[in-house]
Design a protein. Structure first.
Length: 198
């Protein structure tokens, strides 16, 4: 029996320490992505693009992140960063989220009245897709988190995986089996974040 949607939302957490799990296969990821594609996008533009790295590609990506972070991290201050990167590297794979800016430019041409909004909407589109995939992973018992090492890793990643020049890297989602227990979540009081008028 599938969990209820509210249970999936509560189950989704930011898990940064991952382990490989042989049950998490390409088919697992494809199923999650197929479900996440139901996420809406402005004008149904579908400008987001995904690159899924598993196996050696996944390890290579975190090697790229480590190389770039070592360039900008003060000497002696890398131990904490190394632990975090090893937690990501320990998983089954990483999803790279891109926006195809050529498609966004086409939308601007097709709908000039809203041309100044499509860059912003592209970010919204990507964020919704990220969350949808995260929920789809959670529903399957796959742990994940959302990371943002761009633009440090953009050039090396583009070269390594032949990423089109018009694609802009937005976020990275390492995934695998949870190797940590997340702490309790806290929330601001509802009346601090929501205003009702009736």
């Amino acid at each position: 029996m599938k969990p209820k949607f509210d249970e999936v939302m509560e189950k989704r957490r930011s898990i940064r320490t991952l382990e490989k799990d042989s049950r998490i296969t390409r088919e697992t990821v494809e199923k999650a992505i197929a479900l996440a594609r139901h996420a809406p996008s402005a004008y149904n533009a579908q400008t987001s693009r995904l690159v899924v790295l598993m196996g050696g590609g996944h390890a290579k990506f975190w090697d790229i992140v480590e190389k770039q972070l070592r360039r900008v991290t003060p000497p002696g201050a890398f131990a904490r960063t190394q632990k975090k990167l090893d937690g990501f590297r320990g998983g089954n794979g990483t999803v790279l989220f891109y926006e195809d800016m050529a498609e966004t430019e086409r939308m601007k041409q097709d709908f000039p009245t809203y041309a100044d909004k499509f860059d912003q909407w592209a970010q919204h589109n990507n964020a919704i897709l990220e969350y949808a995939l995260w929920l789809a992973f959670a529903e399957q018992g796959v742990a994940a988190s959302l990371q943002h090492y761009n633009p440090l890793v953009d050039a090396d990643s583009a070269k390594e995986w032949n990423i089109p020049e018009t694609w802009s890297l937005v976020a990275q989602m390492p995934f695998g089996r949870a190797a940590e227990e997340p702490g309790p979540r806290t929330f601001k009081p509802l009346d601090e974040v929501v205003t009702f008028y009736e």
